[in-house]
Design a protein around this ligand. Structure first.
Ligand SMILES: [Zn+2]
Ligand SMILES: [Zn+2]
Ligand SMILES: [Zn+2]
Length: 239
């Protein structure tokens, strides 16, 4: 393939954008399976606690970063009757007979424990923090959920939000590109990362010569969904 220097003035065929998925994915950390399983154990305990002892989602297994195989135990014997993994209250006892609280359970300040379940004298955490408004990272291959207040934004990419991993790549992947519009030669700066993260072709013309292309959506919807009044915390019973 003929190599063309995009910065070389007098050329009419600038470098064609090449797909480079590697740099989009390599910096997204993989969580080890034992960490996932610890979180899954705490999640099961959380479902019981947060549902005020009505439901327990368990048996989640972490396989290469994905949680699979859930089983649901539910106190109400009229629900999920056809699920043979639903052991109702016996399922709660079964879970707590082996569950050892880990640091995630402690961080969640879960109160219920095996002793309470066996004696059917349950207590639960009463007050829970309200969840901050969240947005998705605008890199389509990342999509990490970040608090709206901490997400990185820039006028250059309206309506986009970026996580801490993707944000620096917008700037560091900037290249100077030759504008293909007719007229005197000139170049422009363009973030390769931005276009590849959107699965879009790199522009061949500078901003002036290009019609405004619509930026990635995602943030706007969330902005509309945001509620006006923000609660600091919510009661454990309102689930
Ligand atoms: Zn626990
Ligand atoms: Zn990201
Ligand atoms: Zn131009």
């Amino acid at each position: 393939m003929k190599q063309v220097n995009p910065l070389k003035r007098n050329t009419t065929t600038p470098e064609r954008p090449r797909p480079n998925r590697a740099f989009l994915t390599r910096r997204i950390p993989r969580i080890p399976d034992d960490e996932i399983n610890k979180a899954a154990q705490a999640f099961s305990h959380f479902t019981f606690e947060r549902s005020w002892g009505t439901i327990l989602v368990c048996d989640l297994q972490g396989v290469r970063g994905v949680l699979t195989d859930p089983a649901i135990h539910i106190a109400n014997t009229n629900r999920f009757r056809l699920a043979d993994t639903n052991l109702n209250k016996e399922g709660f006892k079964f879970f707590f007979s082996t569950h050892v609280c880990n640091d995630v359970c402690r961080k969640l300040e879960l109160i219920s424990n095996a002793d309470m379940v066996m004696k059917d004298k349950l207590e639960f955490r009463e007050i829970w923090p309200a969840v901050d408004n969240t947005v998705y990272c605008s890199n389509n291959l990342c999509g990490k959920i970040v608090p709206a207040s901490g997400a990185r934004k820039s006028d250059e990419f309206p309506r986009c939000h970026w996580c801490e991993t993707c944000w620096p790549q917008l700037e560091s992947s900037k290249v100077r590109w030759m504008c293909v519009a007719p007229g005197p030669d000139h170049d422009f700066h363009v973030s390769k990362f931005f276009y590849e993260s959107q699965g879009r072709e790199m522009p061949r013309k500078c901003g002036k010569h290009r019609e405004e292309e619509p930026a990635a959506v995602g943030g706007a919807l969330w902005a509309r969904m945001k509620s006006g009044a923000k609660q600091k915390n919510i009661s454990g019973r309102s689930w």
